[in-house]
Design a protein around this ligand. Sequence first.
Ligand SMILES: NC(=O)c1ccc[n+]([C@@H]2O[C@H](COP(=O)([O-])OP(=O)(O)OC[C@H]3O[C@@H](n4cnc5c(N)ncnc54)[C@H](OP(=O)(O)O)[C@@H]3O)[C@@H](O)[C@H]2O)c1
Length: 385
Amino acid sequence: MKTALLGYGVVGSGVHTLTKAQPEHGVTIARMLVRRDIEAIRAIATRDFNEIVSDPSIETVVEVMGGEEPALSYVKAALRAKKNVVTANKLMLSLHYAELISLARENGAHLAFSAAVGGGIPWLTNLLRVARVDSVESLGGIMNGTTNFILTAMQQGGADFAETLAEAQRLGYAEADPTADIDGLDVRAKLALSCDAAFSQMADAAAVPALGIRHITAADVALFRQLGLTCRLIGKAERTEAGVAAYVEPTLFAADAPEAGVNGTGNVISFRCTGLGAQSFFGLGAGQSPTASAVMQDLIDTSAGTTAFDLARCNGAFIPDASSARHAYYLRTAAALPVGLAVRPLGKTPAGNACITKPLPVSALHALVQDCLAVGGSAFAAGLA
Ligand SMILES: NC(=O)c1ccc[n+]([C@@H]2O[C@H](COP(=O)([O-])OP(=O)(O)OC[C@H]3O[C@@H](n4cnc5c(N)ncnc54)[C@H](OP(=O)(O)O)[C@@H]3O)[C@@H](O)[C@H]2O)c1
């Protein structure tokens, strides 16, 4: 299968290496879109996407450039040209899922994206398979290695957030602009894609409320340790009477919970189904080899015409709702809280008073944190699992 690669970065170079090392799969990288001269691939490189999209011998395009544009325009043009697309780009997919799967359907092309959630963990493919025969009741877990690295290091070392983020950047675990990771937006995109797969409907990613870890302090983490709890950033979706509740927020786990034992850049993602019960997938959610291996799996399946991404099943759209899910929270803020909200005071920290709240709808708590940030300058909340 003659294939073109868009982007020769961490994932792209990994995919190129894998296709060369495993010629038995019959996937050949024939063209490569780059934006600078790279000697190792000069013979097949181009800076002009038109050379790829207008080449009838190219059957499949692998998009591993990242970002929304021009990746989106290139992917749409490739699908219109009836080329299959394999991508790892969760941001682009989560924002334009409906349009992209419609285009793929109309043009009889495959659109596969195993690597977009969980890196090398075979999460989406298994979720899609189970959703064919069972009803998914809930799904979620640790879907972002950068924030898990930061939270683990703060728990184990006692350092503050800024210092730990700088260390993660120095080690290459966090990007120069960490916004998407630390504000929960990366998890939100992955959660929306997981909802698409599990509930066979397209979730509006922008409607999923996301609280990140930007405002966590060493004093918060010291209190969690005293309580015997471990903080992790979680994406969660669950069926409720009102539809599907989906949200991203820091969550506190007891020491014996699987999430509490997942340290560093590890991921653990689980689903619970009516018939099958619960299954969890644990492993490396990012990195060159795991991600390239997931892209390679999609290429092999695309070549055989058998990807798990059965686009015909996904019909209709839904707006995830976060008002029908509710639980108690750890809340620390310098702002005054509504009377009766705190059921267990935890004392003063340098950045405000901490407490455990009564059970609250997720949407209400997220709105309260935004209000506290607006008036008090700092606030951090984490749900009690
Ligand atoms: N890295 C991971 O572990 C991982 C895991 C799961 C999913 N992903 C997803 O995979 C995608 C790629 O990630 P990555 O880590 O490989 O990123 P990366 O290392 O930054 O590589 C992106 C590559 O695309 C190239 N590029 C960007 N815009 C381009 C354009 N307009 N024309 C031509 N080339 C262009 C960049 O060129 P320059 O080198 O010239 O900048 C770079 O080589 C992203 O969507 C990411 O979210 C990554």
